[in-house]
Each structure stands twice: as C-alpha cells, then as structure tokens.
Write a protein that binds this ligand. Structure first.
Ligand SMILES: *Cc1c(COP(=O)(O)O)cnc(C)c1O
Ligand code: SF4
Length: 329
C-alpha cells in the first residue's frame, strides 16, 4: 500500500475558493452581485473546491451547483422553527464522537470539517473545525461497542470522514473490525462529488483490506454533480465490491422539480450509484430559503414513481429528533 505524502486531492483541497468575489470573477458574474451577498460569509465561511466549480455554468447566478455553496443574504432571514441544532444531536451522544440513535447502527464522527461548505447543512452551526477523535475517545467508543452487541454497522461521518488521511481511516477500521458483531462499514461523504480524485487507490486498498463489507454513501443533489470524473473514479471501487449509494437533500430552486430529480436518478444509475434517500431539509437557521413544503415534496415523490423504475426512486424521508429511524413522508 502506498501512502503518498501529498496526493492530488489534497492539493485540490488546498486550492479551494474561499472568497465569493474570486468565485464570481471566475464564473463571469458581476462583482456587485457578489459584494451584495458577501456579508453571509460571517454566518458560515465559503469553501468550494475547484473541481466542483468547473461543473458550474458560467454567467449563471442561478446555477443549481453555485446556489448550494454561495453565501447569500437570504441566510439572514429568521424563520420560526429554524434553529441551530435542529436534530438535537447533542442528546444522543453517549460518549464523545459517537451518536447512537438507531438501534443496530452507530455513527462515529471521525473528522470535523468538510471539503465544501454546503449552505443548507444542518451542521453549519457546529464548532467542528478542530474536532478530531482522540485516543481517549476511542477507548470509550470501544467500551460502548463492547456493551452494545446489537450494533452491527458503523457509519463514519463528520464533517466529512474522507477528510481523514488513509492511515487514520485504516486505524479506525482496524479498531472497528475487531468487534465480531460489526458486519458493515458505511462511509457518508460528499468529498468525492466535489473532488473526485479523493477516490484514490490507497483508499480502496484500505477498504478492501478489511473483512467488513463497505458501503459508500455519496451526497449529490443535482445530475451535473455526477460528473464523468466521478463515474470514472468509482469504477474500480465498484469492481472491488464496494456498494455505492447516494443521498440527496430536496432543495428549492436546485432540484425541486420532476425533471431535475429524474435526471439525477438517471445520472446516478449511469454511474453505478443507487439512489437511496431524498431528505427533507433539516430546519437549520440560515437555510430557510432552501425549504420545500411537505405537500410539494410528496407530490414530487409520487411523480417520480410514475416516471422511474422503483429502484431509481429514492425514499423521501425526514429526520425527526427522538424517532427510532428516519421517517418516510
Ligand atoms: C441517518 C442516520 C443513520 C443511518 O440511518 P439509515 O436509515 O440506516 O441510513 C444512523 N445514525 C444516525 C445518527 C443518522 O442520522
Ligand atoms: S459536506 Fe455534508 S456535512 Fe459537510 S457541509 Fe456539506 S452537507 Fe454539511
């Protein structure tokens, strides 16, 4: 296994756009427009890797990829019900770094921070930046897994768990696979969508070196995010038996139409990715302008079932704090 010192994805990560004015300039958008929205950076910093920017349409202020990452003044709108911790996650963390909400599976927050800052993210208010699991945290996580034999699946989450380097992932997986009850390792990540080169051979080696079955759950919201590069990079993962799923968030003016959602499912299938969930937005402060009404969400979902084979229709769900699973609408 070769663990390169600095791989291409890390370089691409380092070259991300963090200034809306520079992004606007690259896309041929007016500086005045970018300036008008600039204040929203204070609410949540901007961060967009270049491979994702290259998928955007130049000269289009309403580009569905741009709208997911561009700070907008609408983020200052205060709406009742939109809060800083909509999922009350703090209540479900029995030990630091671990969330146990659903019976058979736990979520381990491997890394804070993401390659991209999505404006609709329910974690936009979390002080994640410095978070990284420490050795002591692992001790208590391992004790928890020992005491909870009903857990058969570990989900690595974040932030984005693929922000971790291979060595760190390998150590985590080796710790987890020692528990005989654990069958599956799931990785929830958006990183390969915004930087496809993250799907390195060494990452694949880490996954295939484990007895655990691995499932990669990507997070793409629009057909154009399923780029030829992503498809290409995924091929060897699929060939080696890694399951690839996708979850999306239903977002106003980004994918809230039958056409957009149908195109997304078709693009996913062409890339060998199974549509899994379509999430209703979590009511996080600053993201109210992305909300789609439940009645509309249900209507869209019913329409998708007419247009697509059942296996390409993602399950429309919402996360309700305190429920033992995600709730289908
Ligand atoms: C979404 C989620 C899971 C996984 O749920 P699935 O329905 O199995 O995909 C597990 N734990 C937490 C805390 C979650 O938010
Ligand atoms: S990658 Fe995921 S966790 Fe990170 S900002 Fe985007 S939606 Fe949030």
């Amino acid at each position: 296994m070769t663990l390169d010192v600095r791989e291409r994805w890390q370089q691409e990560l380092a070259q991300s756009y963090t200034n809306p004015l520079q992004l606007a300039e690259f896309l041929g958008l007016s500086p005045a427009w970018a300036e008008q929205h600039n204040a929203a950076r204070k609410l949540f910093p901007m961060r967009v890797p270049q491979p994702f920017v290259r998928l955007m349409e130049k000269g289009n202020e309403q580009d569905p990829l741009l709208l997911q990452v561009m700070p907008l003044i609408s983020e200052f709108e205060q709406l009742p019900g939109f809060t800083n911790d909509p999922l009350a996650e703090a209540e479900h963390s029995p030990v630091p770094g671990l969330l146990h909400k659903y019976q058979s599976r736990v979520l381990i927050i491997l890394r804070g921070g993401c390659a991209v800052n999505c404006r609709y993210c329910f974690r936009r208010h979390f002080p994640y930046e410095d978070h990284q699991l420490k050795r002591d945290d692992w001790d208590s996580i391992e004790r928890y897994l020992t005491n909870h034999p009903e857990i058969n699946e570990v989900i690595l989450s974040g932030g984005d768990p693929l922000m971790a380097k291979e060595q760190h992932l390998l150590e985590a997986i080796q710790r987890i696979e020692r528990f005989a009850n654990i069958k599956r390792l799931r990785i929830h990540t958006r990183l390969p969508v915004v930087i496809p080169s993250r799907l390195t051979q060494s990452l694949l080696d880490v996954l295939t070196s484990s007895r655990l079955q691995s499932v990669l759950v990507l997070h793409a919201n629009h057909a154009r995010e399923v780029s030829p590069e992503l498809k290409h990079q995924l091929e060897k993962f699929r060939q080696q038996g890694v399951w690839i799923l996708n979850q999306s968030v239903l977002l106003k003016d980004i994918n809230d139409s039958v056409e957009a959602l149908t195109a997304l499912s078709e693009a996913l299938f062409q890339a060998g990715i199974q549509p899994y969930y379509l999430h209703q937005l979590d009511a996080v402060a600053g993201a109210a302008h992305f909300a789609v009404a439940d009645t509309e969400a249900v209507r869209l979902s019913a329409e998708l079932r007419k247009q697509l084979p059942g296996f390409l229709v993602p399950t429309l769900v919402r996360e309700i704090p305190g429920e033992p699973n995600k709730t289908p609408l």
